[in-house]
Design a protein around this ligand. Structure first.
Ligand SMILES: Cc1cc2nc3c(=O)[nH]c(=O)nc-3n(C[C@H](O)[C@H](O)[C@H](O)COP(=O)(O)OP(=O)(O)OC[C@H]3O[C@@H](n4cnc5c(N)ncnc54)[C@H](O)[C@@H]3O)c2cc1C
Length: 350
């Protein structure tokens, strides 16, 4: 019997696998390709909400756990995941500059916001009011994280690439069975796929679709990530990821002309050099009504757990929250109320 079965191999699944691996637990993962959030994500980590100039939820604490977490994976799998890319927030007006300085003066934001304005030196970018720089930002190479971890699991025969079909799933007193696999516990980390999970689909997952367009712009030569009404993230070799939008009605993973037009309109207001579109992707962010993760034990079945609701800042949140889930399961350490799914049980569970 295995210690754990994990369903879903996106960022949430990888984060929990890493907890299990470090603590010497036996496990297998089952995942299909039905959800794409982690595959298409920008992989950016940024502790500041750049619309309002406020610190994101527990960003400092999450950053302290996330960087060592990804560094450990880098060392073990011998891959480079972290690029410390600066984020420049483009100011649209003098008023915005003033709001930035007000924010930068606050003790909790001081370590993260520059006290000087960076003047724009790139002739192909329109930024007459300059930029504020956010510190402690960077990018996780999502492709390498997922493909490197996948290769590691496949080599150890710990990953089955298939759809988890609930008609083959049984919960017994102290264990769960899926086809020929028996495990003491199961952790569901299905992203927006949670909507199809009969045990946890009562949880108020909203789902917010996002699309990115990748461009090649040989003249642009920009090494910083620039945040205006869109993010422009340098990927190397004159390519840039541009996006992402937020769409609540469409829950498919199909890229749309509508989003592409919206993203390129914003890009055209920022840069004025030639570019060609080389890629366009979409995925559904597992967002939650109260913008907090969905973590915890099933209210009736004590060996069923969920790790979800990472919304739009998963790369900072996942390492932090996956550790909390592991501590709940193995050491009975209670979860903070704000992430615990028990906050919805009374209201939502039928
Ligand atoms: C366009 C876009 C840009 C983003 N940019 C950023 C960013 O820059 N920084 C950041 O921190 N966050 C970003 N995010 C958010 C981030 O992607 C999410 O927080 C995170 O990836 C969610 O990971 P997850 O593992 O919960 O879900 P997913 O990545 O969706 O993974 C779930 C996995 O479970 C599998 N699965 C589901 N159901 C089943 C089933 N029944 N059987 C088998 N397998 C199943 C799915 O196929 C998938 O592989 C972005 C999201 C989008 C869409």
């Amino acid at each position: 019997m295995l210690d754990y079965l994990v369903v879903g191999f996106g960022l949430a699944g990888v984060s929990f696998c890493e907890q299990l691996k470090n603590k010497g637990k036996t496990f297998k993962v089952i995942s299909d390709d039905s959800q794409k959030a982690s595959q298409v994500a920008g992989g950016f980590y940024n502790p500041v909400i750049l619309k309002r100039f406020t610190l994101a939820w527990l960003a400092k604490e999450q950053l302290e756990i996330a960087i060592p977490f990804y560094t450990r994976i880098e060392e073990r799998l011998d891959i480079k995941l972290i690029s410390k890319i600066p984020v420049l927030r483009r100011f649209a007006s003098i008023e915005e500059q003033n709001l930035w300085f007000e924010a930068a003066d606050k003790p909790q934001l001081k370590p993260f916001l520059s006290l000087e304005i960076h003047q724009n030196k790139n002739e192909y970018i329109d930024a007459p009011f300059g930029y504020g720089e956010v510190f402690h930002t960077g990018k996780i190479d999502t492709d390498k994280l997922l493909s490197g971890y996948k290769a590691y699991l496949l080599q150890k025969d710990m990953l089955r690439q298939e759809h988890f079909d609930f008609s083959y799933f049984k919960v017994d007193g102290g264990s769960v069975t899926y086809k020929t696999i028996k495990a003491r516990k199961i952790v569901f980390a299905e992203g927006y796929g949670l909507k199809q999970n009969p045990y946890f689909n009562y949880l108020p997952l909203v789902g917010t679709k996002g699309e990115y367009v990748t461009i090649k712009a040989p003249d642009l030569k920009e090494n910083n990530s620039i945040k205006s009404s869109v993010f422009c993230i340098p990927l190397g070799n004159d390519t840039y990821k541009i996006g992402a939008n937020y769409e609540r009605n469409d829950k498919t993973n199909d890229p749309t002309e509508k989003a592409k037009t919206e993203i390129l309109k914003k890009l055209d207001a920022l840069i004025h050099c030639k570019y060609e579109i080389i890629d366009h992707v979409a995925g559904v962010r597992p967002t939650v009504v109260d913008r907090r993760p969905l973590v915890g034990r099933h209210p009736e079945y004590e060996n069923l757990y969920v790790l979800n609701g990472f919304g739009s800042r998963g790369f900072l949140i996942a390492p932090y929250v996956s550790e909390q889930l592991f501590e709940l399961v193995e050491a009975q350490n209670p979860l903070p109320h704000e992430v615990d799914i028990s906050r919805f049980t009374k209201k939502w569970f039928k």
